[in-house]
Structure formats: C-alpha cells, structure tokens
Design a protein around this ligand. Structure first.
Ligand code: XMP
Length: 520
C-alpha cells in the first residue's frame, strides 16, 4: 500500500474479514463513484487514520465471532465518526462488540431469500418493501446492541438489516455486493451517499493526474524509467501514464520471444512507436528463445526456460539505458491487496505464471507501478481515456510464455508458424462473426497428436489443433463457451485447408475447474 498523499481522494476503507467477496465489494464501491481501499484487520485502524476516511465497510468472513482466532479489528474503528457498514460477519462482529449477542442458527441459511423492509430509509431509500437478497450464514445476531433498530427481516433472520448510533452504523446479514442481491448496488450507493454523505464523483480516469504527479515526484526532473512493454493492456496503459509523466525519459522494451501471435510485434510498433512516439526498443530474441526451447516438452520446464530467458534479455537491454534507475511495471491492485486467507493454508502452485513484470529483485532499480491501486476494468477505462484503441484495450489476456504454452510438446519454429496461422484464422473468424463479445479468451492450441486424414486423393498424417473458447469473469474459473456450429465448421474447414501441418480440428469442451484455460 502506498503512503497517504495529500491528493488522495476521500474514500472508504474495506476491512477484509476473510470473505471471498472483498474485491467485489471494492468494485461495487468504485462503480458507485467512490474511491476505496482494502486492508486487513491488523492494519485497519492505522490506515483509517492515515487516509481521508469517508466510511468503513467490514466484510463478511467464514469464521464465527465467538470462536478462537476469528478476525477482530480494533473497536476504535467504530468510533471514528464515519458511516460503517458491516456485512454478515462484519455485522455480527460489530453487534457483539457493542454489547449484542450472536448465536449459531438452527439451520444454515444459504441462497436467495425475500426480505421485508420496514421503511424506505437509510440503505433502503427508493427500494420496495419486499426485496430479494442473498444470504450465506451459519450465525446470526440474536440480541441487538442497545439503541440499535431492525430495518428488515426474513423468515429465517429477524435482524437482516440493522442500524445504530442514529443511522451511522449499519449491519446487514445478507450480501449486497453479489449479483444475486438484485438491488444490492442501490443499497451500497445509499450507504455511500446517504449514510457517509460521499459525493459519488470519483472516476477511474481521475487517478491519472494523481499517478502522473506521483511518478514525477518520485523520479524527479531527470530520472529515467525502463518499462517492459508486452502489448497487453496493463503494460500499455502503464506506458501511457509514464510517458505522460516523464516524456522521452521513458524507455520501453518489447521482447519478441518468437512466441507471439501473428502480427503482434508489428501492431505494437505501429501503436507505440509510430502513433504515440514512445522511445521503443524492439528486441528480436526469437532465435535465442527457440534455441533454448529445443527438445523441451515438460510444461513447467518450458515456462521456466521462457521466464528465465526473458529476464536475461530484458536485463541486457535495460543496461543500455544505464542512467535509468527506475523500473516501470503494470502491477494491478489484486496482486498487491493484503487479504485474510478465507480458508487458511497455502494454495498449490498449478502453473508458475510469468508476466512481463516478473523481473528479479537484483535488478537494483526502484519500482514504479502506476496501476497498483486499480482493477483491470478500471485500467481498461483509463486506456480508453488515454486514447488507446479498443482492439488493444479490450484485448483478451495473453500469457507471458505466449504460444509456448499453447504448443503442447516441443516448440519448434515450424510449429510456431503453424499455430500462428491457425490461431489467426480462428480469431479473425470469431471476430468477423461478431461472436467475440462476452468471451474471455478464444485461441488455438497445437497438439502433438498425428492422425490420418485424406485430402484430395492423398493420405495425410499431420497434427491436430484444438479450439479453446471460454467465458470467465476473472480467469479463476471458466466455462467452455458455445459457438454457433456453422462458425466452428468454417474455422475448421479454413484451418485444414489453409494451414499446412494440421489435418484435424477438435473443440475443447472442458471448463475450469477441472481443466485450466491454457493447455500447459
Ligand atoms: P490458466 O491456464 O491457469 O489461466 O487457467 C488463467 C488465466 O491466466 C492466463 N495465464 C497467464 N497469464 N502469465 C500471464 O500473464 C502466465 O504465465 C499465464 N499463464 C496463464 C491465461 O491466459 C488465463 O487468462
């Protein structure tokens, strides 16, 4: 978390008490036009005092307030004079802390329920007397703290929404942040506007000026910045902000690792060098990468080789800018949020992800991360605001190791060229058919499986190619997406007819989990 700045907007602090929805709460608040930050209970009071605090949200969480080791923020948080919204566990903690009683429910309540609202006030202004909400709790507040009022009840939860201290403290047993609570956004907006009296005029692009000022302050009049530009939305938007801040003292480096999609390198050159006049160095390191990948078939080994080589190439190039003391990175907020692990324990490494940002600490450069307080959709919005084309801003995610993890088995120059062609046909057909919208990713995968085919009168014995098309909100889970059969047929026909080396096309109908989106 960056230090408080005098230019920080007035905002809400979300205290993460272990829910999986913390980022969703933050997104909802920002969508409602209010700046917000997330922190853990241990740091909450310090942060609340340091920032220009306009309100507090205490999130839900899987623990019981009466069990040992459950998250316990400082009670002083409730005494800072700002509006407070406790959600589920957050409400239970607040009520218990103020003298109420929390007990286990006779039966867990999980799912949609209809709640009767006593009056259209506070959180419920403008809402009907009966409204659907999403519940997920095993405990409930049984006795309210003194002076608290109940505003809404459901059949299984008497105190579904409560308030205290003259309408400054609010608690809800349900989850207003999830889409299953259809009027939840209005409740959050009411909390922000009516309880916290926040103006709701924050916009993600208003952060640009602040970040530009921060960067200038950090690098001074003469400081130079080196940035790894991948052509993806994060590093592209970071480049635009940094360029705005330091002009041609920003040196962008684009590494062509030989594992890019068709036309990718040229598109980056056109956009950043020709159009935005960035000082862009394009390093053609494809031979070097492909030589290192010769004979490597294990997916993790491939990822390591590519990641390692990238660092080497970048380091060599960066040393040419020997006066540059700063390293720009497109790190996003989800990567820096401190959070309470909802279910404890460490997460198994499924794949060792590599990003352009994954550079070693021993580069001895100071990090500049102009996006570290932003979510992906906000970065996209800023990209549009700064004039980047929709093709770039709305681009599907592309993994750091590129086509290397989409060529199952050994990566050779010939196989890269084959996949580039097949992938180009597939993506351009999907886009031309207007089917790209709503898809998270759509790409081709080259399989090391040869099968027999017949073309003309001749026997073929060539590789197969898989079409991977998924819908997802964040890449953590994904559903395989349905394309119109005629479109799939057209893609298949074109690939088999136009791409030498592929004689069979298959459709991947695996969701995540149990599959992953990429094949390696
Ligand atoms: P998986 O395959 O793990 O992918 O389901 C989830 C999302 O992450 C992308 N991905 C990567 N992104 N570096 C990245 O920047 C990587 O090494 C990497 N591997 C996978 C993948 O494209 C999907 O959107």
């Amino acid at each position: 978390m960056s230090d408080p700045q005098p230019t920080d907007p007035r905002g809400v602090l979300i205290v993460d008490l272990g829910t999986q929805y913390t980022q969703l709460i933050a997104r909802r608040i920002r969508e409602a036009g209010t700046w917000c930050e997330i922190t853990i209970p241990e740091h909450a009071l310090e942060r609340a005092r340091a920032m220009d605090l306009g309100g507090l949200v205490l999130s839900g969480g899987p623990a019981s307030v009466y069990s040992e080791g459950s998250p316990r923020p400082s009670r002083e948080l409730l005494e800072l004079g700002v509006g407070v919204l406790g959600i589920c566990y957050g409400m239970q903690w607040m009520c218990q802390e103020l003298g109420g009683k929390v007990r286990a429910c006779d039966r867990r309540e999980y799912g949609r329920t209809t709640m009767e609202v006593g009056g259209a006030e506070g959180l419920f202004e403008g809402l009907p007397g009966a409204t659907d909400v999403w519940m997920s709790h095993g405990d409930r507040v049984e006795t309210l703290p003194q002076g608290f009022l109940t505003h809404a009840s459901s059949s299984n939860c008497e105190h579904a929404a409560v308030s205290g201290d003259g309408g400054r403290l609010w608690g809800v047993q349900f989850h207003p942040e999830v889409t299953h609570t259809p009027r939840g956004c209005e409740m959050i907006a009411n909390f922000l506007g009516r309880v916290c009296r926040l103006p709701g005029d924050w916009r993600s692009d208003s952060i640009v000026g602040r970040e530009v000022a921060r960067v200038r302050e950090k690098v001074g009049e003469t400081g130079e910045i080196v940035l790894g530009l991948s052509g993806g939305v994060d590093s592209s938007v970071a480049a635009m902000i940094l360029r705005e801040a330091v002009g041609d003292r920003l040196h962008a480096i684009f590494v062509d690792n030989g594992l890019l999609r068709k036309g990718e390198r040229e598109a980056v050159e056109r956009t950043f060098r020709d159009r935005f006049q960035l000082d862009l160095t394009v390093v053609d390191a494809s031979e070097r990468f492909l030589a290192k990948l010769a004979g490597v078939t294990d997916p993790e080994r491939k990822r390591k080789v590519i990641g390692h080589e990238f660092i080497e190439v970048f380091r060599e190039e960066a040393t040419r800018f020997c006066d540059a003391r700063f390293l720009g990175q497109g790190t996003l907020y989800p990567d820096v949020i401190e959070s309470v692990a909802a279910h404890g324990g460490s997460t198994a490494v499924i794949k060792s992800h590599h990003n352009v940002g994954g550079l070693p600490e021993d580069m001895d450069m100071e990090l500049i991360e102009p996006l570290r307080e932003l979510f992906k959709d906000e970065v996209r919005e800023i990209g549009r605001f700064l004039g980047l084309d929709a093709v770039l801003v709305d681009r599907q995610p592309f993994p750091g190791p590129g086509l290397g993890v989409r060529i199952v088995g050994e990566v050779t120059p010939e196989r890269v060229a084959t996949l580039q062609e097949a992938d180009h046909i597939m993506t351009s057909e999907i886009e031309a058919a207007g089917e790209a919208e709503g898809l998270w990713q759509y790409f081709a995968v080259l399989l090391p499986i040869k099968s027999v085919g017949v073309m003309g009168d001749a026997r073929t014995y060539e590789d197969a190619c898989a079409l991977r098309v998924v819908k997802s909100l964040d890449g953590m889970t994904a559903d395989w997406a349905h394309l119109p059969p005629e479109l799939v047929g057209r893609i298949s026909n074109r690939i088999i007819n136009e791409v030498r080396g592929i004689n069979r096309v298959v459709l991947d109908v695996t969701s995540k989990p149990p599959g992953t989106i990429e094949w390696e």
